[in-house]
Design a protein around this ligand. Structure first.
Ligand code: ADP
Ligand code: ASP
Ligand code: MG
Length: 411
């Protein structure tokens, strides 16, 4: 029988009522003749609560134990979903990641999927089971430890299962009815897109649009998974939601197709480091060893053989970065005058494949921000995106002004 993957995010399984609603939707697909793999997130708020427990217990935690704790939310919803389906007379059972076993790297808290054996679940489908409910976000490392795939990782579990089982489609059910030109919670004029190209979705996701985890889009692109984002709260037709697809399948395209943002950014500046070969390698090697994900990097012009190095990173990694650099300094590995930390910044980006062939987008973006009196702190660009770091208090204003200026409310 054809296989369908259906993923339900946190708000879609937030309580027993919602789980029943999601299960009914699964029942509809089973009745159509599909064998269904359901991937569930933890109930909304649950993972944040677990992360909070870990942070309070051990601020510079052992990531293996972090994973042991934060992966547990999904176990509850997987079991409850299987029970709900059984109550509806749909043959179903649950799997935790290790039972599949979903094998991952040992990069705890941001592990990558290496393999999903299909025999175990297929054997059960062969025996008449119709729904395999799998706990999203989690797997097992070669060392036999529980791993997690990074926040939002259930999306990636879903796409990886769709690829492994050659599913007809991977439907991501969430609390919005598709992918919008920007987060509809921040900009009322945001417009739902019927289709979006993999490349654009990849940029939007990696720049902060959390509707899909970045890695899930990468996998869908690589394994040609038919990926759809839709609402679990509305009645759905087969055309509902947003299809993430190849560029060639999209007729019209604005130069800018979306605005993404990331609220919890911080900026650190190392004042007066030596301007000589090897310094950047020492600084960013040290940060990488400490598990810090550096994003934007700017090196100032040098004066008297010294320079300043600025970089951005997620706010929750500031402590780690600060400590790693302080240790490097005290061990004589790096000399700098001061480490200046700004924890009140946000990143705003415009994305569009049309930028490849049209110039002037950066100039327009900077003019819009300047007209609103918003100072730009750091800029980076790539072929299809421009990102700026601004004070966090201007985030909403910047997103709305850019959405207006690039007329994203119009198709
Ligand atoms: P789930 O719990 O279902 O995985 P998430 O909270 O991870 O849901 O992702 C859905 C949220 O993503 C939406 O509620 C919305 O606020 C946010 N979002 C950010 N950017 C976009 C966008 N461009 N289109 C749609 N939603 C977006
Ligand atoms: N529950 C996890 C999180 O909140 C994974 C997910 O929902 O995708 O990040
Ligand atoms: Mg999510």
């Amino acid at each position: 029988m054809p296989v369908l993957v259906m993923k339900f995010g946190g708000t879609s399984v937030a309580n027993l009522d919602r789980i029943r609603r999601a299960a009914k939707r699964v029942g509809v697909e089973v009745a159509k003749g599909y064998d269904v793999i359901v991937i569930v997130s933890a109930m909304s708020g649950e993972t944040n609560k677990l992360v909070g427990y870990v942070d309070e217990t051990s601020p510079l935690y052992d990531a293996r134990e972090y994973d042991a704790v934060v992966s547990s939310g999904e176990n509850v919803t997987a079991g409850l979903m299987a029970l709900t389906l059984q109550e509806m007379d749909v043959p179903a059972r649950s799997w935790q990641g290790w039972q599949v076993p979903l094998k991952t790297t040992s990069a705890h808290s941001q592990a990558r999927i290496e393999e999903i054996p299909t025999d175990n679940i297929n054997a059960k489908f062969g025996e008449g089971m119709r729904v395999a409910v799998v706990a999203g976000f989690q797997g097992i490392s070669e060392e036999g430890r529980i791993t997690t795939l990074g926040r939002g990782g259930s999306d990636t579990t879903a796409v990886a299962f769709a690829a492994a089982f050659d599913a007809e489609r991977c439907d991501i059910y969430t609390d919005v009815d598709g992918v919008y030109t920007t987060d509809p919670r921040v900009c009322q004029k945001a417009r739902k897109l019927d289709k979006i190209a993999f490349e654009e979705m990849l940029e939007l996701a990696s720049l902060g649009a959390k509707v899909l985890q970045t890695r899930s889009v990468e996998l869908a692109m690589r394994y040609k998974v038919k990926l759809r984002v839709l609402s679990s709260f509305e009645e759905q037709s087969d055309e509902a939601g947003t299809l993430v697809c190849d560029e060639e399948e999209i007729m019209e395209s604005n130069v800018v197709s979306g605005v993404a943002f990331s609220r919890d950014e911080a900026k650190m500046t190392l004042l007066s480091v030596a301007d000589r070969p090897g310094i950047a390698s020492i600084i960013f090697g040290c940060l990488s060893d400490a598990g810090v994900n550096v994003d934007m990097i700017v090196q100032n012009i040098s004066e008297d053989g010294r320079t300043d190095m600025t970089y951005s990173l997620p706010t929750d990694q500031v402590k780690r970065a600060d400590q790693a650099l302080a240790e490097l300094k005290s061990s004589g590995g790096l000399n700098f005058a001061e480490l200046v930390i700004d924890e009140d910044v946000a990143k705003v980006s415009v994305v569009g494949i049309g930028m490849r062939s049209q110039s002037g987008v950066a100039a327009k973006m900077f003019k819009v921000l300047s007209d609103e009196g918003i100072n730009i702190k750091v800029i980076t660009t790539s072929e299809i995106k421009i990102s700026v770091l601004v004070d966090r208090k201007y985030l909403e204003l910047a997103v709305q002004a850019l959405h207006d200026a690039f007329e994203l409310e119009k198709a």
